[in-house]
Design a protein around this ligand. Structure first.
Ligand SMILES: NC(=O)c1ccc[n+]([C@@H]2O[C@H](COP(=O)([O-])OP(=O)(O)OC[C@H]3O[C@@H](n4cnc5c(N)ncnc54)[C@H](OP(=O)(O)O)[C@@H]3O)[C@@H](O)[C@H]2O)c1
Length: 316
């Protein structure tokens, strides 16, 4: 029997990494083996992964030595950072550098870095259509990931820069779910005007990553984007309404109004939506639906995602 190629998965107990681990464990060809990285090897989620056949190893993206150990002997590594745990772009960049270095030192053959656009390439700090945040960013959680691409390029490890999309799970976990307005109607609120927002089932990111590892050489050293569908606010509201069995409308606020909502990250997200609105054509075109589906034939549409998740959407 051929030896399985180990894929070290950062964030294996989470959304993106979890989708990748699932895809590896479900793959009948047995070409790859899943090595799940976690800070707590004894957690319920970690133990469940062991029970399903994954190797589980301790690692923390803040601890370079633990990463090097966890990447040792791996063919591939899936690298992701966790902006919303700390809100620090500098921390994200440092963690990405540590992962890139560890991949090089461990002799990893193919890295997938879960990244996003550095929005400052299209909206330089001097462009006052949106405020500069934290002194040197427009969309901190995007810009940091885009800036960190360089660490992977510098590492010399063949790396796929995988540009992800808005998780539809944000309607469940991220406060984006329909809320009842003063008119009594449920509404989703986004500053996207009538533009399309690329979205994806979070687990499909990891499943697309699996398709990239399977195609190895075709995507190593390349940059690509993925999405499940590109939908306007009106289309998402209509789909939510159908799934929930009650009317949902789209409340298209301005980016200025969104930034002023005051919750942690509101300015970052307001700028993010404005960027996606203003560069809709390029942003959507880069996230090719046919390519995403070729990588992951089980890619969910928004309707399919809703059918599976509608009961978990909190209605405010
Ligand atoms: N929400 C969106 O729409 C969206 C869209 C695109 C991209 N993103 C990006 O996605 C990233 C988050 O990915 P995700 O959603 O897959 O995360 P997640 O579901 O929150 O999972 C994170 C997992 O990683 C582990 N983890 C956390 N801190 C760690 C550390 N210091 N070292 C090692 N492991 C750590 C945790 O597992 P253990 O507790 O087991 O260690 C956790 O289960 C963010 O950077 C965000 O910007 C989000």
């Amino acid at each position: 029997m051929l030896e399985r190629k180990i894929i070290a998965v950062v964030g294996a107990t989470g959304a993106q990494g979890g989708g990748l681990v699932d895809a590896i464990l479900e793959d009948r060809s047995g070409e790859f083996a899943a090595r799940a990285l976690t800070r707590s090897v004894d957690s319920e989620k970690a133990r469940a992964l062991v029970a399903r056949g994954a190797e589980v190893v301790a690692a923390n993206v803040d601890d370079a030595a633990s990463l090097k150990k966890a990447f040792a002997g791996a063919h591939g590594a899936f690298c992701v950072t966790f902006f919303w745990d700390h809100f620090s772009p500098e921390k994200e960049i440092a963690q990405a550098r540590a992962m890139a270095l560890a991949a090089r030192e461990a002799g990893v053959k193919h890295v997938i870095w879960s990244t996003l656009e550095d929005t400052r390439r299209r909206v330089p700090l001097s462009d006052d259509r949106m405020p500069t945040l934290m002194g040197k960013y427009k969309v901190p959680h995007f810009d940091a990931k885009g800036e960190a691409n360089q660490a992977f390029l510098d590492s010399g490890v063949p790396t796929t820069l995988l540009h992800t999309s808005f998780y539809w799970e944000n309607f469940i976990y991220f406060g984006m779910g329909p809320k009842r307005g003063s008119d009594g109607k449920l509404a989703i609120t986004m500053p996207m005007a009538d533009k399309r927002l690329p979205g994806i089932a979070a687990a499909d990111i990891g499943r697309c990553a699996f398709g990239i590892f399977k195609r190895g050489a075709k995507y190593a050293g390349k940059s690509l984007g993925i999405a499940g569908e590109h939908l306007t606010g009106t289309q998402m509201a209509a789909a939510l309404g159908r799934a929930l069995g009650q009317e949902v409308v789209y409340n298209a606020v301005t980016p200025e109004a969104f930034r002023a909502f005051g919750f942690p990250g509101a300015e970052d997200l307001g700028n993010m939506f404005q960027y996606k609105r203003d560069f809709e054509a390029e942003y959507c075109a880069f996230r090719d639906l046919a390519v995403s589906r070729a990588l992951n034939p089980a890619l969910k549409t928004f309707d399919a995602w809703l059918a599976a998740h509608k009961d978990r959407i909190p209605l405010g």
